[in-house]
Design a protein around this ligand. Structure first.
Ligand code: IPE
Ligand code: IPE
Ligand code: MG
Length: 228
């Protein structure tokens, strides 16, 4: 039995519950986001070990701008520090970074940092880590449909080819932590036939064993795609 016998190539995660994790400990929300970054580190390492080709993580949605300015700036600061501090580890573990969403609209220093990280990891092959930043699936679909229209006919294939995830394997499994049971504008097109997995665990508490449990359950699901 090999590590990828679960059959999943691409897993996406809505990393939710950082704020509640902090609240339970009477800590400020930013402490939850910091703990969330630690969980990201551990899960990215586990993704490669579990034989996944790609993992997409929802880090900041196009709706998260509604949060207080201080929290938005804390999140951007953590994002910058994560990219800077983990770039060497991506190189060591053969992780290729990808960013999806309208990230070019972020502050110039964040854009420069991302550009550099993309360039430095472009040749890596083992696992693709896609971080969804300023991402909203409706925005992605509008951009993809406009691009398809500019190229010719708006067909499903043309839209798919213009999605931010176009060069990634099809989405197999979508996980959401924290007990919320909704997609919150994440990968709406890509999840058409993805398996969904919801857990009550808050994101900072989510471990590689939890990821493994989700993949074990995925392996037992019967995907029919409308057939028999
Ligand atoms: C998820 O945790 C992280 C982001 C959305 C950036 P939340 O901050 O949404 O945590 P809760 O949902 O308030 O617990
Ligand atoms: C979704 O979580 C976005 C991220 C995890 C980055 P939210 O906490 O923003 O979603 P809602 O507001 O509960 O739907
Ligand atoms: Mg939340």
């Amino acid at each position: 039995m090999t590590i990828s016998d679960h059959g999943a190539r691409h897993v996406a995660i809505i990393m939710d519950g950082n704020g509640r994790w902090a609240k339970k400990r009477l800590l400020p929300r930013v402490a939850g986001h910091k703990a969330g970054v630690e969980a990201v580190r551990t899960i990215v390492r586990a993704a490669g070990d579990l034989g996944l080709e790609a993992m997409t993580l929802y880090a900041f949605s196009s709706e998260n701008w509604k949060r207080p300015e201080e929290e938005v700036s804390d999140l951007m600061g953590l994002m910058k520090r994560f990219i800077l501090s983990d770039l060497d580890e991506f190189a060591a573990n053969d992780v290729k970074l990808k960013v999806i969403g309208n990230w070019r609209a972020l502050a110039p220093d964040v854009v420069a940092l991302i550009d550099n990280a993309l360039e430095r990891t472009a040749g890596n092959k083992r696992t693709t880590l896609a971080v969804a930043l300023n991402y909203g699936a409706q925005d992605e679909l509008v951009r993809a449909a406009s691009a398809a229209a500019a190229q010719g006919d708006i067909t499903a294939e043309a839209i798919e080819a213009n999605l931010d995830t176009a060069d990634m394997p099809p989405l197999d499994l979508l996980i959401r932590t924290s007990g919320e049971v909704r997609l919150s504008n994440f990968l709406l097109w890509q999840s058409a036939y993805a398996e969904l997995y919801f857990t009550d665990k808050l994101w900072p508490d989510f471990t590689p064993a939890d990821l493994k449990a989700a993949l074990d359950q995925f392996a037992r699901r019967d995907r029919r795609y409308g057939g028999l």
